[in-house]
Design a protein around this ligand. Structure first.
Ligand code: ZN
Ligand code: ZN
Length: 452
């Protein structure tokens, strides 16, 4: 196998691997960098020039895994795109939303490259999106070679898959984004306990040690308690979430608390795409039974749509809970507007429940100290940071020790690190090196072709 990481900036970045297996040419994931803008946010497709891809595989529908797909499809008019059934239900909605956001950014932020693709292009390519059930070995025949693909349940979000490839008597495994622990809406990952020649593992939380006493159930209780305390002292609480996955998870947790009488009465706001995806989660739950969610949750909680146009510094309601995207508080998103309105007053709380790139406003808020000045520069709001900032260990990503344990079970000859900031990759490389002294551990240099 030859493997090239096309994620040009490293870090979590824009997931995209070019895989050459015998006579077959594959791409696994084709993301967009969550922080960068313009064409520089895409993977570097230079190694694919002149290559006709046989197949494209998608692990799940977060934009850091699919956000550049229509651009790649433009140059690869024949390759089918394989994904799980829930991903097949979500992918067009996610891409259309991305195109709409880019259209807005083109005008607001003066990014002439945007949109990178159009709504019409998404529709043109949609016929190539092909669902494949979990656990089903699918034989793929190219002109001169063939391989088998098996998707394994990866937890994380609806439709997330670890990808097993079998070719020429060898077996390869790509974790994609994975959560080994069951969440409220998603079951735990079910990865095979087996030998693989190569393992490509995500490393998102490689730099995060879960403190003792922060097990999921305790963190859920602490989250609910924090919401209650904030509302009772007259404040509002922001929980920035990804629209896909984290928002449905948090709304389910809040709904449980309300049902069991543990949540104070307060208005709850959620933002557009996330509310829409609640309907998709409901459909996925009914049709595939692979997540647990019902659109009734929105009705029971009387969830209000956060208006798209907000006056900087003003919110529609005091003493409210805001479960809004983006999870990383990226500029001009609903969570950015809400954070800007809440950050300057001590009665409010900003509660983070997932990964934030350190260069995003979310990452900067997590790193900032109380009383420091904080600038929301896109809307010209400068505050001194007074709101309570909390982090809850409710991630959709596996703990680092679980990732290491899985790698040890696989007994791979070669491990590639993926989807993690440099300190996360460094911890994983060191720990895996100690646990698997015979394995070759590679933190890939972007665009370098490795022979495995
Ligand atoms: Zn993801
Ligand atoms: Zn990801």
């Amino acid at each position: 196998m030859k493997l090239t990481d096309l994620n040009r900036h490293g870090g979590v970045g824009a997931s995209c691997f070019y895989v050459q297996l015998g006579e077959l040419h594959l791409v696994i994931d084709c993301g967009l960098h969550p922080k960068k803008t313009g064409r520089g946010a895409m993977p570097d497709f230079a190694p694919l020039r002149g290559v006709t891809l046989d197949l494209i595989i998608i692990t799940h529908c977060h934009l850091d895994h699919i956000g550049s797909l229509p651009v790649l499809l433009r140059d690869q008019p024949r390759a089918p795109v394989i994904m799980t059934q829930p991903s097949h239900m979500l992918i067009e909605r996610m891409l259309h939303n991305s195109a709409s956001v880019m259209e807005r950014q083109r005008a607001e932020d003066n990014i002439p490259d945007y949109p990178l693709f159009t709504h019409a292009e998404i529709e043109r390519h949609a016929g190539r999106f092909t669902p494949l059930a979990y656990g089903h070995a699918k034989k793929f025949r190219g002109a001169h070679d063939d391989l088998e693909i098996i998707f394994h349940q990866a937890g994380h979000v609806a439709g997330a898959a670890g990808v097993e490839l079998r070719h020429g008597g060898r077996r390869y495994f790509f974790t994609g984004d994975v959560q080994f622990e069951a969440q409220r809406t998603c079951p735990a990952a079910r990865f095979p306990v087996d030998h693989f020649d190569l393992l490509v593992t995500e490393t998102t939380r490689g730099d995060t040690e879960r403190p003792a006493g922060k097990e999921r159930a305790q963190e859920v209780a602490r989250l609910v308690e924090t919401i209650n305390q904030t509302i009772q002292r007259g404040g509002s609480m922001l929980i920035p979430t990804f629209a896909l996955g984290r928002m449905q998870e948090i709304l389910s947790i809040v709904h449980d608390a309300r049902r069991f009488g543990r949540l104070v009465d307060c208005p709850i706001y959620a933002s557009g795409l996330g509310v829409d995806l609640c309907d998709y989660y409901d459909d996925i739950a009914r049709q595939t039974k692979q997540v647990e969610f019902s659109r009734q949750i929105l009705k029971d909680l009387k969830v209000h749509h956060l208006p798209r146009k907000l006056v900087p510094g003003r919110l529609p309601s005091e003493g409210a809970l805001y479960v809004v995207s983006s999870g990383m508080v990226v500029e001009r998103t609903p969570s950015y507007m809400v954070a800007a309105a809440l950050a300057g007053q001590a009665r409010h709380t900003l509660g983070f429940v997932g990964y934030c790139d350190p260069d995003t406003p979310g990452g900067q808020l997590l790193a900032a100290k109380l009383g420091e000045p904080f600038l929301f520069h896109k809307i010209d709001i400068k505050t001194s940071l007074k709101a309570r900032i909390e982090r809850f260990e409710l991630s959709g990503h596996a703990d680092r020790d679980e990732l290491v344990d899985f790698a040890v079970h696989c007994r791979p000859r070669v491990i590639f690190l993926n989807h993690g900031d440099p300190p996360a990759r460094a911890w994983m490389a060191q720990t895996l090196g100690a646990r698997l002294p015979k394995a070759r551990i590679v933190d890939p240099v972007p665009l370098h072709r490795y022979q495995v």
